[in-house]
Ligand binder design. Structure first.
Ligand code: C2E
Ligand code: MG
Ligand code: MG
Length: 804
């Protein structure tokens, strides 16, 4: 036996699972990426900030440099003018007094002034003597030694003089050319960078001297020695670039480097004056440190030359960046990414679980545990595909329980549900394990079974019989024993349905055939059934049309009293000549009308038309016996059936005794209880009732006993071979005798031969109907029919006798 179906299905999951599964990863990557982008943005911002700071610091440095140079220049020119104005020989005291006015200020920090006096060769000894006595340095001499035409030794310095006596016109003095230019042009002149000797190594200092000539008026020399143009010497000041940088460093948090070059003549090959990076040992590799793009350059014009000043922060950008902020952002985003992805994972797990539950609910029939309607249809699609690939046949079983509604109505839905569960269990036990079983809803089941090569229709028929047998076994539910049958329709793929929809439709039709054939059986859908059903569809369409166009006709077949040979009644029978289908028998179209519900309109039309004809005949003076109309179950079930008949009788002023009702046995089987009351009311109105086609159905004698019938109509199949078939002969006699016992009259249908008539007369049958007497006649031919004419004659003579 199969276990309750718990088959996880993939369509819902297939469409959502990949996203749901990776959602947390996607969230993690997105947030993490946001973090990375934020960090990059912060880094960029920080970099821009540092570069802006760097540029500002450089600009400040250059501004200060310019200010300082201008200030030094002015002071040195002013000192020169002052020395010019003194009209006595220059002594150290005089020089000191003059220099003291230029005490160090913010702009000229650590001011060092000096004076080199012009000494022609003839005055050399006097100069030396004078210096030795004035300064008190007995060893004072002019260096480097050597005989020269003129000397310009460093004579005084304030606050001190580092190399007294050094001849700035000697060959060892640098920039002799500059000095000579200074002497002729009388303008400020910048010396090359000063140097010092440490441990025997000459080291360039970030210092240079700013020099200016002192000229005396030739007419007022006062014993002072000049050259022929009045050149008396040179005043100078030592300019310290690193001092400036030290000042600036106090204003800026970050240290920076500078380098200074004279670029007047050849900007490509500048003359380097100062370079803080070399002195501070910031970077041993000068090329890398001053790589293009890593520093800012500005050009300053001073002392007749162009000076390029390069500045940059000493440290690398990486080391200056505020990594704390960037790192914090990175950590925050990383933590956020982890937390969010964990949360999303939790949500997606819950989502997946909900999906799984939803899927189970969609796919499994809650009551029976079989596949749901939705799922079995999917399974059918897959099974068709599978069988097509493997070249198998697929049997689709459509099962419907017989009269399940009765059990539901009688014992309640709870009992009905329990019964369905048990039926499902039995289905699972009867069908092979590989069968796919689902419940379509209500009491309908669909079973799919792929057939292997050797499994032919005999096997399927055996299976159907077994299923019907097993389902029909008694059930014990809530202390009751219940019985139910089932009808099965089978459609085979690919023969009778290539797709799921057609297969189910055909199996359903076959099941319906099984129901029509009396339930508790099975039918296989085949071409003939298909053709019949499609004809039925046509019949349905045309019948609706016929009703609208009023092309149906009512014919009347006489019923004859077998003793008197007189016509005692007429049966109204429908006749339909369709322009497309030709003549269609009521035996064919009445079942279609019943299945489609058209019978309700049709039935009303028949009763009204019968009443109409009765009135017409009366008006024509044609004497007719009561007219019997056939009524279907659906008509009788209508709540307004009786009131409708009454309103028609009233409308046409027809006596109820003129109308008889024929109902088939089969409809009583369906709903005897509810019919009983209605039939009683009909009978009380004075309308006669006949039970039609008796003997073909279940022939329950209790109907005859309990219900107010007047006539029993023995079905024509018995009369047809009453002479040949002993069983039918015996049955006919038994029905006649029994009916008489119950005070019912018997009508024999379908009498075609005199011998049949004689046999029936012999059995005491009351009334006969059949082609032997007359076929059904059109309403117009009634007046000329001999039997009706005889009736008319009889009634006329009777009325004459009354008058006489
Ligand atoms: P039914 O009520 O048993 O009607 C008798 C059927 O037997 C009629 O067939 C009639 O033409 C036919 N018949 C009469 N005498 C003979 C005979 O000697 N030999 C043979 N072989 N047949 C004979 P019809 O008219 O084709 O009607 C068939 C069935 O259609 C009726 O059976 C009835 O059940 C149904 N039907 C006809 N008209 C109506 C109607 O207006 N309403 C309803 N609900 N059913 C109708
Ligand atoms: Mg009938
Ligand atoms: Mg009949």
């Amino acid at each position: 036996m199969n276990e309750p179906v718990d088959h996880p299905v993939n369509w819902l999951a297939a469409s959502t699972r990949p996203y749901a599964k990776n959602a947390y990863l996607i969230v993690f990557l997105m947030v993490f990426l946001c973090g990375v982008v934020t960090c990059l943005a912060l880094y960029h911002e920080e970099k821009q900030h540092i570069l802006a700071d760097e540029r500002i610091a450089g600009e400040q440095f250059v501004t200060q440099l310019k200010d300082a140079l201008n200030s030094y220049g002015k002071e040195i020119v002013s000192l020169s003018v002052m020395l010019q104005a003194i009209d006595e020989p220059l002594t150290y005291q005089v020089f000191k007094r003059a220099s003291e006015q230029y005490e160090s200020t913010e702009k000229n920090a650590s001011l060092r002034l000096f004076f080199s006096q012009y000494v022609p060769a003839y005055h050399r000894n006097d100069y030396l003597e004078q210096q030795r006595s004035l300064v008190g340095q007995s060893g004072f001499t002019i260096t480097p030694a050597g005989e020269r035409a003129e000397y310009l030794p460093l004579t005084f310095g304030y606050p001190f003089l580092s190399h007294p006596g050094f001849d700035t016109l000697s060959d060892e003095a640098v920039n002799l050319a500059g000095l000579k230019r200074l002497r002729t042009q009388k303008s400020l002149e910048m010396s090359p960078p000063l140097s010092s000797t440490v441990d025997g190594k000459v080291q360039s200092l970030d210092k240079f001297a700013l020099r200016y000539p002192v000229y005396l008026p030739l007419d007022n020399l006062n014993g002072r020695i000049t050259d022929e143009r009045g050149f008396y010497g040179v005043v100078g000041v030592v300019f310290d670039v690193s001092g400036l940088k030290a000042q600036l460093a106090t204003q800026s948090e970050r240290n920076f480097s500078y380098r200074l070059a004279e670029v007047t003549h050849d900007p490509q090959h500048p003359v380097w004056f100062a370079d803080s990076s070399q002195h501070d040992n910031i970077h041993p590799n000068h090329e890398i440190y001053w790589r293009p793009g890593t520093y800012h350059s500005q050009v300053v014009h001073f002392a007749g030359c162009n000076w390029r000043v390069d500045t940059r922060y000493s440290a690398t950008l990486i080391s200056m960046v505020n990594w704390g902020l960037i790192l914090s952002a990175f950590i925050v985003f990383s933590v956020l990414a982890v937390l969010l992805s964990a949360y999303v994972r939790m949500l997606s797990n819950a989502y997946n679980q909900t999906l799984r539950l939803a899927k189970d609910q969609i796919e499994v029939d809650e009551l029976t545990g079989l596949f749901s309607r939705y799922k079995i249809q999917r399974e059918l699609d897959e099974a068709i595909e599978d069988c097509q690939q493997k070249n198998f046949k697929l049997a689709t079983f459509f099962l419907d329980l017989d009269c399940f509604k009765t059990i539901n109505d009688a014992f309640g839905h709870e009992t009905g549900d329990k019964l369905l569960i048990k039926v499902a269990q039995r289905l699972k036990s009867v069908f092979p394990d590989e069968a796919i079983i689902g419940r379509l809803g209500g009491d309908e089941f669909l079973v799919l079974l792929a057939l292997r090569e050797h499994e032919k229709s005999i096997y399927l028929e055996g299976l159907c019989r077994e299923v019907i047998l097993q389902i029909s076994q008694s059930y014990f539910i809530d202390g009751r024993t219940l019985n139910i049958g089932c009808s099965i329709g089978v459609a085979l793929h690919p023969n009778y349905g290539l797709n799921a929809e057609t297969l189910v439709k055909n199996a359903d039709m076959a099941m319906y055939e099984a129901k029509t054939a009396g339930r508790g059986t099975y039918y296989f859908y085949d071409e003939e059934m298909g053709a019949r059903l499609s004809r039925n569809v046509r019949i349905e369409t045309r019948l609706r049309q016929a009703l609208q166009e009023d092309v149906l006709q009512l014919y009347f077949q006489p019923k004859v009293d077998l003793k008197t040979q007189k016509c005692v009644g007429l049966e109204a029978l429908l006749r339909w000549d369709d322009s497309e289908l030709g003549r269609v028998s009521p035996a064919e179209f009445i079942p279609v009308a019943e299945q489609t519900g058209i019978i309700l309109t049709l039935g009303e039309w028949v009763i009204e038309r019968a009443c109409k004809h009765i009135v017409e005949w009366r008006e024509e003076g044609v004497q007719v016996p009561p007219v019997a109309v056939n009524c279907s179950a659906a008509q009788l079930k209508r709540p307004n059936f009786l009131s409708h008949i009454l309103s028609l009788l009233d409308k046409y002023k027809v006596d109820p005794s003129m109308l008889e009702i024929e109902v088939t046995e089969s409809m009583l089987i369906e709903d005897a209880e509810s019919c009983a009351e209605l039939l009683r009311q009909v009978s009380q109105l004075g309308m006669k009732l006949a039970i039609d086609d008796f003997g073909t159905g279940y022939s329950s004698l209790s109907y005859l006993k309990d219900l107010p019938f007047d006539y029993v109509k023995i079905d024509q199949v018995f009369i047809h071979d009453i002479m040949e078939d002993n069983d039918h002969d015996v049955l006919t006699r038994a029905i006649i005798n029994l009916s008489h016992e119950l005070n019912l009259k018997v009508i024999a249908e379908g009498i075609t031969r005199p011998d049949q008539l004689e046999r029936l007369k012999g059995y005491g049958c009351d009334v006969g109907q059949g082609y032997l007497f007359s076929e059904a006649l059109g309403a117009n031919s009634m007046a000329s029919d001999p039997m009706i004419m005889a009736l008319c004659e009889q009634s006329r003579s009777a009325s004459h006798q009354d008058k006489d």
